[in-house]
Design a protein around this ligand. Structure first.
Ligand code: PEP
Ligand code: MN
Length: 341
């Protein structure tokens, strides 16, 4: 259920509504829009009666939410969620570009890649310190040392750090360094990790699982949001299909569909989606044309020497060419690219 308060509702009125919700063993969530306050309700809501709320002077509307996911649904909040981190805004009219290597490989490697990206106006920098790999015999990431290097990069270059949390054990260490915590495709339904991420304040970039439906993705976001962390970004990164020519099948259908169903920002990762570096620009343009709120792109200064995902990584030079085209596309889709120049 969602309860929409009247414009003139006071704090005391809101308290009264919350008390009534809690009386029936349900949980209230305050969701602030630009004008009105909505109170999302989860729990055994069948025990609640809309009329018990409508009778209160401060309540404008009380509605049942038809979807399985509640708090992430547009039924509960019609306006786009805007997330603020590192002095930048994500969602709404903003197009956010996150770039960087798949993995942290060394301190020098991070600076060699971040330097040219910063000159292009990129502030959001990705690189995994903890890497969930399909094979136990390949590079698993520099782990805590990698976090240290990312922290240096943040201090020295002012980059906004996006890095992956692989498990609940290392989540707090990752949270201490990252401005945005990535939860990867393989962990999209690691419910303990989702719940713990929901206890944090850091925005969470939640990637779609390899065989997850749009509804599965939204239900996973609901796990995080229902713990109290509303700063969730959803990310389409390709799904498994019968096609083997490309690494995954980037499901661009998901972008307009998810944006209609939820108020959360929707990003696209064309690097993992297609897995072939010279096709990444085409899919990035496609993603922006579809209404994506952001892109996360793998960039490496020496792709042939990368310890992971070199084949899908753009060099800074090729990335720059792509960025210029994306900038041109933005006005057509009413987006403002967030570059710091
Ligand atoms: C990554 O971003 O490098 C990564 C491992 O992504 P995904 O979880 O989408 O495979
Ligand atoms: Mn990768």
């Amino acid at each position: 259920m969602v309860i929409i308060m009247k414009l003139e509702a006071s704090e005391k009125d809101v308290e009264k509504v919350k008390e009534r919700i809690e009386l029936h063993g349900c949980k209230p969530y305050l969701i602030y829009g630009t004008q009105k306050l909505a109170i999302g309700v989860t729990g055994p809501t069948t025990q609640l009666d809309e009329e018990d709320f409508l009778i209160m002077d401060s309540v404008q509307e009380a509605l049942r939410v038809s979807k399985k996911y509640k708090l992430v649904s547009r039924e509960v909040k019609s306006e786009d969620t805007i997330i603020e981190t590192g002095g930048q805004k994500i969602g709404g009219e903003n197009l956010t570009i996150i770039a960087g290597p798949c993995s942290v490989e060394s301190r020098q490697q991070l600076f060699d890649i971040a330097g040219p990206l910063k000159e292009m106006g990129i502030r959001f920098f990705r690189a995994g310190a903890y890497k969930p790999r399909s094979s136990p015999y390949v590079f698993q990431g520099l782990k805590s040392k990698g976090l240290e290097y990312l922290s240096d990069l943040k201090k020295e270059l002012g980059m906004i750090i996006v890095t992956e949390a692989k498990d609940t054990e290392t989540l707090n260490d990752v949270a201490a360094v990252s401005d945005i915590i990535q939860i990867g495709a393989r962990n999209m339904q690691n419910f303990s990790l989702l719940e713990r991420a929901g206890d944090l304040k850091n925005p969470i970039l939640l990637k779609r699982g390899l065989a997850a439906s749009i509804e599965d993705l939204l239900m996973s976001a609901e796990y995080i949001v229902s713990q109290g962390n509303f700063n969730v970004i959803l990310c389409e990164r390709g799904i498994r299909t019968f096609e083997t020519y490309t690494r995954n099948t980037l499901d661009l259908n998901a972008v307009p569909v998810i944006k209609e169903l939820t108020h959360l920002p929707v990003f696209v990762d064309p690097s993992h989606g297609i897995g072939i570096w010279d096709k990444v620009p085409a899919m990035s343009m496609g993603a922006v044309a579809c209404g994506a709120d952001g892109l996360i792109i793998e960039v490496h200064h020496k792709p042939a020497e990368a310890l992971s995902d070199g084949y899908q990584s753009l060099t800074p030079k090729n990335f720059k060419k792509m960025l210029a085209k994306i900038e041109q596309l933005c006005p057509i889709v009413d987006k403002k690219i967030q570059l710091v120049k």
